[in-house]
Design a protein around this ligand. Structure first.
Ligand SMILES: *Cc1c(COP(=O)(O)O)cnc(C)c1O
Length: 235
């Protein structure tokens, strides 16, 4: 299947799901996850009209983004170490994976130095998995005010990567949990949060039914990820 066909199919499935859920089709945006994919694939996706992309490693993004068309928008979706915040603030228009106050403070400091304001999502570990990054929900509510006071950070919503399941229905309670948590955050802040980043290749329709505004899709668009040892560094 061509990339153009994959994009058309995903967009169609989102439109149908939105219709079923009584949502506007343009209330859900596809973020194309290009980790492991070479810049040619990003350019091919851009030729299909895709503008929003996601990477999960700062080093990989730093090498790749300059080789991609200039008007594309990039979100950071991986675990961020404090020593990579400076690059992340420079490369990305949003950091979706803020999961501690200290990380938020470091992003704030780097954004200040760069003369920028950084939009972020707060990443939540909805199922409390030991192996996953993200805020435990109670800790998120405890830190929310302090993050909100950082002058160079704008909280735009929540993000989650739920436990991997083969049946997408099993992810539904986790998506609901994130949506409920967003409502709690909005009450605490006294302001609306526009984004819920949830849903990947296997479960974006369920996530859309539960209110996702950003669905992060990799393999359903680009096919299997390319193992590092098979990538051409000259690409
Ligand atoms: C890789 C990745 C995705 C995309 O996963 P697919 O199953 O390939 O769609 C989404 N979100 C995050 C945080 C990822 O690391």
């Amino acid at each position: 299947m061509s990339l153009a066909e994959s994009f058309e199919i995903i967009q169609h499935r989102i439109r149908v799901t939105c219709e079923r859920a009584g949502r506007a089709a343009d209330s859900v945006t596809v973020l194309a996850v290009t980790k492991s994919q070479p810049p040619e694939r990003v350019r091919a996706a851009a030729d299909c009209g895709q503008v929003l992309f996601g990477e999960n490693k700062v080093q990989e993004a730093k090498a790749k983004i300059p080789l991609c068309p200039g008007k594309l928008r990039w979100h950071f979706i991986g675990h961020l170490q404090s020593n990579k915040c400076r690059d992340a603030v420079e490369l990305f228009e949003m950091i979706q994976s803020v999961d501690s106050l200290s990380l938020a403070q470091e992003i704030n400091r780097r954004a200040e130095q760069a003369g920028k304001t950084m939009p972020v999502l707060l990443q939540v570990n909805v199922a409390g998995e030991a192996s996953k990054f993200g805020y435990p929900p109670e800790k998120l509510l405890a830190d929310l005010e302090a993050i909100n006071q950082l002058r160079r950070i704008e909280i735009h919503g929540l993000m989650t990567v739920p436990p991997y399941v083969t049946d997408p229905e099993k992810a539904r309670p986790h998506f609901r949990r994130l949506r409920d948590l967003k409502i709690q955050c909005e009450q605490k802040l006294g302001a609306p949060l526009p984004h819920l980043s949830m849903g990947m290749s296997g479960d974006f329709e369920v996530a859309t039914e539960e209110g996702a505004t950003l669905v992060r899709i990799g393999t359903a668009l680009f096919g299997p990820r390319v193992p590092a040892k098979m990538r051409n560094p000259a690409e």
